[in-house]
Ligand binder design. Structure first.
Ligand code: NAD
Length: 495
């Protein structure tokens, strides 16, 4: 059986912990590999190597760092199909979706390539008489990234390109469910000329996470995953004195106003709810049908669901692949099973669609008459289940979103520019789409939700990501003539 190793100091290092986790091909249900789960000592070894590498990496010129990132970007572009294949093999999403994930990751590398611009400080000449003031941004040292299974290539790319560009060394702890794709990233970073030790991978589980959170040489932690773990990581990491950004789960609402183009809204809802089998933190999981939009939009979605081709992600005909594990598939199915007892209506039951083989498949489901207080509304399902909540007015829709503890993304579908503009102000979420169901910001903005979707003030990637990985310093400087020097115990006043 293939084993998946750590990468420490530019070399593959097999775990000696004796603890492993199984990695599956979700489309066949077959185990394809074993990933070694790091011991505390193995995490310490990675951090020690990163610490040493960070000391020299921070002194490498901006020009050289930029060249390495450009070279890495070109290598990832050249190997996009390899990334996509590695992704689909362990995550299950269809190849076109995997390629899309890699492309969105490339955007983040491209942003990092602009480090010369992003890391520029400011300069104020003659802030006071004979005194200049300027700001610089310096790297933090060793920073860690802990990432989820659903975007195994892109979410790490939200983190390490900017972290490395800013002069830090990085330790990645990827999801143990689909860890292989980052081994390719490590190889390409090395090929691009990144010094060994600047980018390291420790495979692992809670043991590795907990060690990174308490390790005195880890200055900052970026986390993306479910809300309970995000909260835990934020509390534990900040308690240990670290800078932490922890992005959590989501329940993204798509509001359909009565004036919306129903076909456009239904196409968007089906794409955003069932794409990647609903395993996207920006997936639409709740459709808020306002007034008379409800019946036509539900009918239009119901009409489209049978056309969604569910199958092995390597089959070019497939539009939706399996779920990540058998247990997760069964948990998702249980929300559909329990929906009627809670008072919801099962309009389309994905469990009725059967599949050959042992893959972790579940076809799309549609629930109507869903209300807060039902498990299918209150919990993050993270699968191909779309819940429709009917409300009478725009204000009720806005209140529903505000009352939900998550606040990742939300979207409105309407032909009324005034209503859309009002919604962008009113919506209680960090990312808003106007006739765009999955409003993932481009790489030169930053990604982050509100409420239980983000702990810590800093959003991921883009300008906020780059700031997260640097600390600011302000220098006040003067070059006086020593002959004019005198003792002055007063507080310096700028005159
Ligand atoms: P998860 O929280 O189970 O795991 C995320 C990471 O935390 C993994 O690396 C895992 O090994 C580690 N981990 C798991 N349990 C732990 C524990 N008890 N202690 C310490 N570390 C632990 O999340 P997942 O199932 O891999 O990913 C899906 C979740 O991620 C969903 O909730 C989804 O909404 C969320 N997500 C959020 C965003 C965002 O940007 N807000 C993006 C992608 C995914």
């Amino acid at each position: 059986m293939k084993t998946i190793d750590h990468v420490i100091g530019g070399e593959a290092v097999a775990s000696g912990s004796g603890r492993t986790a199984a990695v599956y091909n979700p489309a066949t249900g077959e185990q394809t590999a074993l990933v070694g789960l790091a011991s505390i000592d193995e995490v310490d070894a990675a951090v020690a190597v990163a610490k040493e590498a960070a000391e020299s990496w921070r002194e490498v010129s901006i020009a050289k760092r930029t060249n390495i990132l450009f070279a890495f970007r070109d290598l990832v572009v050249r190997h996009k199909a390899d990334f996509a294949a590695a992704l689909t093999a362990e995550h299950g999403k269809v190849l076109s979706d995997s390629a899309g994930e890699v492309q969105r990751g490339i955007e983040n590398i491209e942003y990092a390539c602009g480090l010369a611009e992003h890391l520029k400080g400011s300069f104020s000449q003659e802030a006071s008489t004979g005194i200049d003031v300027y700001s610089i941004r310096q790297p933090l040292g060793v920073v860690a990234g802990i990432t989820p299974f659903n975007f195994p290539a892109m979410v790490p790319m939200w983190m390490y390109p900017n972290a490395i560009a800013a002069g830090n060394a990085f330790v990645l702890k990827p999801s143990e469910k689909d860890p292989s794709v980052n081994l390719l990233a490590a190889e390409l970073l090395q090929e691009a000329g990144l010094p060994d030790g600047v980018f390291n991978i420790v495979q692992g589980d809670k043991v590795a996470v907990d060690r990174l959170l308490e390790h005195p040489d880890v200055a900052a932690v970026s986390f993306v995953g479910s809300t309970p773990i995000a909260k835990y990581v934020y509390m534990t990491g900040t308690n240990a004195g670290k800078r932490v950004q922890a992005l959590g789960g989501a329940k993204n609402h798509m509001v359909v106003l009565p004036d919306a183009d129903i076909d456009l809204a239904a196409d968007a809802a089906v794409s955003a709810a069932y794409g990647s089998a609903g395993e996207r933190c920006m997936a639409i999981s709740v459709l808020v049908a306002v007034g008379s939009s409800a019946d036509p939009v539900i009918e239009a979605i119901q009409d489209r669901i049978p056309d969604v081709v569910v199958g092995d992600g390597t089959d070019p005909k497939s539009e939706m692949g399996p779920l990540i594990t058998r247990e997760h598939r069964d948990r998702v199915a249980s929300f559909v099973e329990n929906a009627p007892t809670e008072g919801a209506t099962v309009v389309v039951d994905g469990r009725k669609h059967t599949f050959d083989g042992d893959g972790f498949f579940l076809a799309p489901s549609l629930l109507d008459n869903v209300k807060p207080g039902m498990a299918c509304y209150d919990q993050e399902i993270f699968g191909p289940v779309l819940s429709v909540v009917r409300v009478d007015t725009y204000d009720e829709a806005v209140d529903l979103i505000a009352d939900n503890p998550y606040g990742n993304g939300t979207a409105i579908f309407t032909r009324d520019g005034g209503a859309a503009r009002r919604f962008q102000m009113d919506a209680d979420a960090g990312m808003v789409g106007i006739n765009v169901p999955v409003p993932v910001p481009v790489g030169y903005y930053s990604f982050g939700g509100w409420g239980d979707s983000l702990f810590g003030g800093s959003h991921a990637y883009g300008p906020e990501g780059m700031y997260f990985y640097t600390k600011a310093k302000v220098v006040t400087s003067r070059w006086p003539d020593p002959a004019t020097s005198s003792v002055d115990l007063g507080f310096p006043q700028n005159a």
